[in-house]
Design a protein around this ligand. Sequence first.
Ligand code: Q46
Ligand code: ZN
Ligand code: ZN
Length: 322
Amino acid sequence: MKCRVCRGPAVIDVRRHNANFCEEHFLRLCRNQVERAIEQHRMLSSGDRVLVAVSGGKDSLAVWDILLELGYQVDGLYLGLGIDGYSGRSEAYARAFAKDRGLSLEVVDLPADYGYDIPNGARAARRVPCSACGLSKRHLFDEAARRGNYDALVTGHNLDDEAAVLLGNVLRWQGEYLGRQQPVLPAGEGFPRKVKPLVRLGERETAAYCVLRGIEYVVEECPMAEGNRHLGYKEALNAIEERSPGTKHDFYFGFLDRAADRFVPVVAEERGAVGSCVRCGAPANAEICAFCRLVERAGGRAPEAGTDVPLLLGRPPTGGVS
Ligand code: Q46
Ligand code: ZN
Ligand code: ZN
């Protein structure tokens, strides 16, 4: 197996590109793909202050690392979900990554700061765990980005994630969700710009990137994911990809090129009609936002004003996160 670029010994094959790469040229490929995604979709500008949502897994640590390599100023935000064992291990990887590199990491912890955890809170609120989790993440990531005055919020969604979500949304023709499938959601009405710089990389590639860069990450999957639909869609797409490499890429980027625009007005309508939550001040379509309702039903509590002091590691933040 020889590297396509230098003909030296290859360490990985990327069937989608029908090519093998040595370590140096694979790492370069990953950076190039991220750079290309950022340029193509106008995700970030040089000088942007960026907040990355870090889970301790391969994708979010890889995107943090690549964005730093590309010269962006990036701080991290870790959200503790209170999932037995898994959350503690994930947090340890996120903290170690930040500490070793002198980076700023904000830690928000659902049990300590909001009085509920995902498994019990979801049960009390009669939601499935991933729904309570997704709502909590969206609200708290948005809130941290606003509070810290960041230009953009980065998530580690990769090509496998986006293709699987797209498959799920297409199977049910969920217009509002299809409108959100853009790799960039522009800022507006209290929402930060949200970007997904890993959309041109598959999860096998982000895992290999971490291994080659010596980045340690939590390998186990969240135990709540077991049996959820999203995993089923990933498995189905993996089976198709195995037979026809490049299908995930063509499915997702074909959607972006030919169909995604049709669904954007649905999101614009949804985002346009916002007022403010009377409890937390976040943008909301009702008197009390969905997150505050979830906290209440989950038996938690919103932190009193001034007591929500995030933990910071590494160098002090350069902006409003304190
Ligand atoms: S963390 Fe949360 Fe995922 Fe775990 S509870 Fe579900 S949504 S599976 S990305
Ligand atoms: Zn090479
Ligand atoms: Zn609220």
